[in-house]
Design a protein around this ligand. Structure first.
Ligand code: 5GP
Length: 218
């Protein structure tokens, strides 16, 4: 039987470019990974498709999935539910694939508790200013939702220390190569130790302070 695959959680502030990184990672190294598709109650953005970016479901449908134990974890994020369907993840891990969950921090911590070997990665924009510009600039959310997402980013920044690695998304191609390299070398070599959370404490502190100012509306 094939060895079990590795479970990888990929989180990051709204606007950090997680979705783009995941798309490019699958384009380049898709045969090495299975990307879990979450269920959510939020509305699709233009261009998003049911079953590709998310399974878009009603609140009743989502609560039914919770009841039936069909979700590995779930969380509420800025007034919508998001959750990881269990069956696909278990199937792919058993088939020896590395499975990636692109989820927020509460879900990430639940997964780590249940599966302690999970590798937790956090992606940041190069600065909080840049994060704000990207989030507002992509124009997919209202001003009010952007504000809520930035304030959520501050809350999430308080939990970054629970993660294993920090990846700064300044250049997409480099970032994708790095994510792949970290996943494949974790536990085998020290080459990416400079991307460990513990090596980036000052950067994280600065990010937290900037996000705190934004969340106060400064
Ligand atoms: P967005 O609405 O921008 O697509 O996602 C909002 C947040 O929900 C992001 O931080 C994303 O990573 C997170 N998210 C997406 N799917 C899941 C999931 O299945 N579980 C949890 N806990 N968070 C998720």
């Amino acid at each position: 039987m094939a060895d079990k695959g590795k479970l990888v959680v990929f989180s990051g502030f709204s606007g950090a470019g997680k979705g783009t990184i995941m798309k490019e990672l699958m384009k380049k190294f898709g045969s090495d990974y299975a990307l879990s598709i979450s269920a959510t109650t939020r509305n699709p953005r233009p261009g998003e498709e049911h079953g590709r970016e998310y399974f878009f479901v009603t609140t009743d449908e989502f609560e039914d999935m919770i009841q039936k134990g069909a979700l590995l974890e779930y969380a509420k994020y800025v007034s919508n539910y998001y959750g990881t369907p269990r069956a696909y993840v278990e199937e792919q891990l058993n088939a020896g694939k590395n499975v990636i969950l692109e989820i927020e921090i509460q879900g990430a911590l639940k997964i780590k508790q249940r599966f302690p070997d999970t590798l937790l990665m956090f992606v940041c924009a190069p600065s909080a200013d840049e994060l704000k510009n990207r989030l507002v600039g992509r124009g997919t959310e209202s001003e009010d939702v952007c504000r809520q997402r930035l304030s959520r980013a501050y809350e999430e920044s308080l939990g970054i220390e629970n993660y294993d690695y920090l990846v700064v998304n300044d250049e997409i191609d480099k970032c994708v190569e790095l994510v792949d390299d970290i996943i494949k070398n974790d536990g085998l070599s020290n080459k990416n130790d400079n991307h460990r959370i513990s090596s980036n404490i000052d950067f994280i502190k600065e990010m937290k302070n900037e996000l705190l100012s934004f969340s106060k509306g400064e």
